[in-house]
Design a protein around this ligand. Structure first.
Ligand code: GAL
Length: 416
């Protein structure tokens, strides 16, 4: 398979010739360790292998990438940064501000990235007008994944409103099954909170609270209602949810042990990896009440500034490869995400992927596309972590909903 287009070849040749070097291995730090994620990563590894670029794997498990970012900090502090790092949103900008990232302008210009990468992604892939990372995908967090056989057996239709969703969960629980598969980790609760806040208050409220950090919105009655919905969700998880990894929660839905999971579309990668088909075995739909809005996060590969010319050549080749249209299709079909460029045909995508692509474009056009709070696209890590703490403490019963909204105001204020 050839993902490396003619222009990519030219870009790589350009970088190689300016540096007069041959390609070196790339050392890639990432947190793609689940079955579906590893399958997607293999698409990238194989693509680079086809160009004789070796892969030095540096996996750091933990959805959402918190642990990966801790390891990265330690590596950079020790003066030994990896060549390429999976990164999200504001983390990329933080590293760029520290002057740690390589400039990808040559390859971006040769490949015409400016014209094809949506503005919402460029906001995180460029710093001071310089390209500093290559976006590999667009995920979104306000999705629900459902086991179709479980719903059919109980005569439950796909819920379209929050009330219907609650009724569906109640019916599953009454039938003795787990209604909501969930892993009790702060980032997973925050991921659910993205969709819940959109479902309660819509995109304007989400923006005011999560992006503008408006204390009135953070402490509002609407926020109290969002926490109430989280408490409702808590009442539908099983007893063993604490600490569970997200892909094990997906497996509960895949195996029919649970009906629903609220999770970003990387969950689809797990269903596909288990041989399941959308519409037949599982359903994908937006968190009820949030249809028409999209909370997105984009995995990007930031390249760290390195001395060696051949390492720089490999970084350029990897960046060019990631951005080629055929690679964007092949990778995202497996990963569950959608392409990070607007000109990739949807032919190879399944029904959920086609829906995701259409909804992303529509949300961008109607100003209903917002960065995921849970995945570092709404605010910097300090604010994100402050929100995580409150959301997870409430989910675990430490605060009632009114107290949680008050705590959110205080925590966010202190984190800025
Ligand atoms: C997200 C990332 C996804 C997926 C997920 C779970 O932060 O954007 O690609 O890996 O974590 O690990």
């Amino acid at each position: 398979m050839r993902y490396f287009g003619k222009k990519s070849m030219m870009a790589a040749a350009l970088l190689a010739s300016t540096s007069m070097a041959s390609a070196a291995d790339v050392e890639v730090l990432h947190w793609w360790t689940s079955g579906g994620e590893a399958a997607a990563l293999n698409v990238l590894k194989d693509d680079l292998a086809g160009q004789s670029i070796g892969w030095n794997d540096m996996p750091v498990a933990g959805g959402g990438g918190e642990s990966a970012m801790t390891v990265l900090r330690a590596r950079v502090t020790a003066g030994d940064p990896p060549t390429a790092v999976q990164m999200l949103g504001f983390d990329i900008l933080d590293w760029a501000e520290e002057g740690a990232l390589a400039n990808l302008n040559d390859v971006a210009a040769a490949e015409g990235w400016d014209a094809v990468v949506p503005a919402a992604l460029q906001a995180f892939a460029k710093h001071d007008g310089q390209w500093i990372s290559a976006p590999v995908n667009v995920h979104s967090t306000n999705w629900v994944w459902a086991n179709k056989a479980v719903l059919d057996e109980l005569g439950i239709a796909q819920p379209t409103t929050w009330a219907e969703f609650e009724a569906a969960m109640a019916a599953v629980k009454a039938a003795g099954k787990t209604a909501l598969a969930h892993g009790g980790q702060a980032w997973q609760e925050a991921t659910m909170f993205d969709g819940v806040v959109l479902s309660v208050g819509g995109v304007d409220f989400y923006r005011k609270a999560f992006i503008d950090l408006d204390p009135e919105a953070l402490g509002s009655d609407m926020m109290v209602e969002a926490f109430d919905r989280m408490a409702t969700l808590r009442s539908y998880v099983d007893d063993n949810f604490s600490g569970r990894d997200w892909n094990l929660a997906s497996a509960m839905v895949i195996n029919g042990d649970a009906a629903f999971q609220i999770m970003g579309d990387w969950a689809k990668g797990e269903f596909l990896n288990a041989g399941k088909t959308p519409g037949e075995d599982f359903l994908c739909f937006r968190v009820p009440g949030s249809a028409g809005t999209v909370s997105f996060n984009s995995d990007q590969f930031a390249m760290f500034a390195v001395e060696s010319a051949d390492a720089r050549a490999s970084q350029g080749a990897m960046a060019a490869s990631i951005m080629s249209p055929s690679f964007q299709s092949a990778f995202n079909v497996v990963k569950g995400s959608v392409p990070a460029r607007t000109d990739v045909p949807n032919d190879d995508f399944d029904a959920c992927g086609k829906q995701g692509m259409a909804e992303l474009a529509a949300a961008a056009d109607s100003d209903s596309l917002v960065g995921s709070m849970a995945h570092g696209h709404a605010n910097r890590a300090s604010v994100k972590n402050a929100m995580y703490d409150v959301v997870t403490a409430h989910f675990n019963g430490e605060y009632d909903s009114a107290t949680a909204a008050e705590e959110l105001v205080t925590a966010v204020e202190l984190a800025q």
